[in-house]
Design a protein around this ligand. Structure first.
Ligand code: NAP
Length: 265
């Protein structure tokens, strides 16, 4: 098994990465930055996003494992003091592969179409003022949006930015996208639904710029600022992100532990 480590860069994460390399070498795991089969993220959920985008071109060939060095992560479920157990599990056991949906976006600019994948969400905001956009669902006008921005999240991203906007938390087995508004203005010209909307796997949403405007497109943690975005089409991607699970940790337990701090007793 070939592995690579992406760490957050803080002293603890770097130290754990070194420790992992030593343990892995003792047990015959090979380090391979170019063609890994397992990508180990050491840090937080933000580190997993970085790891995902580093290996996005090989996404169908790699599986991710997360070690967290802070509070519980949605993507990182091994603790800093469990490295030995993780390495032992990686050498002695076959993991269960758990696949989560991704969001795919096509960005139309005068230069052509660009494709991106997001594991949490993509966010569109205006740079110089409010974002003004027409939103179509399945090629039909749905609403005229004016406001701070729009967040389109995956099920596993529903606990991130989407949740801060009052969106629903969605189980990753539901292949869907959620559209959430950031501070929409509602009047006679611009009218939005106000609540977040869940789209199934076979639907798509287009966000079409209604005026010349500079937009900030954020794909997970990556920012792209452009003034020539004509439209963005978003749908559930055909590719998925794969996590190698060596022990169960159900999604609702993660939600409970992260947000409710409830031990079930
Ligand atoms: P950041 O601003 O440094 O951290 C954002 C926080 O979101 C971190 O605490 C991170 O956890 C957490 N997080 C990331 N993915 C999550 C998930 N799927 N479920 C629950 N929490 C999650 O930015 P970053 O580390 O580069 O992460 C980028 C993400 O920040 C974006 O994808 C977006 O979801 C989120 N964000 C949230 C808001 C908001 O809630 N108002 C605003 C902007 C962006 P860790 O500490 O474990 O890394």
């Amino acid at each position: 098994m070939n592995y690579v480590i992406i760490d957050r860069g803080d002293p603890l994460s770097k130290q754990l990465a070194e420790q992992f390399h030593l343990l892995a070498a003792e047990r015959g795991l090979s380090r391979n930055d170019d063609a890994p089969t397992i990508v180990i993220s050491i840090g937080g959920d933000g580190t997993l996003l970085k790891a995902f985008h580093t290996y996005v071109d090989q996404i169908t060939d790699v599986a991710f494992v997360g070690v967290h060095t802070g509070h519980l992560g949605f993507y990182a479920d091994w603790k800093a003091d469990e490295l030995e157990e993780l390495v032992r599990m990686m050498t002695d056991h076959e993991p269960r592969m758990v696949r989560y949906p991704l969001a795919e976006i096509q960005v139309e600019t005068p230069e052509g179409t660009k494709h991106y994948l997001a594991v949490n969400e993509f966010t569109l905001k205006g740079v110089d003022g409010t974002l003004v956009a027409q939103i179509n669902i399945n090629d039909e006008l749905f609403e005229m949006f004016r406001g701070d921005g729009i967040v389109i999240s995956t099920p596993s991203g529903s606990t991130a930015y989407n949740k801060s906007l009052g969106g629903a938390v969605v189980h990753p087995s539901i292949e869907s996208l959620q559209i959430a508004e950031i501070a929409s203005i509602n009047n006679r010209v611009y009218r939005t639904l106000g609540s977040s909307v869940l789209l199934p796997q076979h639907h798509h949403v287009d966000i079409m710029s209604s005026k010349d405007q500079r937009m900030l497109l954020t794909i997970d943690h990556l920012n792209i600022q452009r003034s020539d975005i004509r439209s963005i089409r978003c749908s559930v991607a055909t590719r998925k992100i794969c996590f190698a699970r060596y022990r169960p940790f159900p999604f609702w337990n993660r939600v409970r532990e992260a947000f409710l701090d409830y031990d079930g007793k």
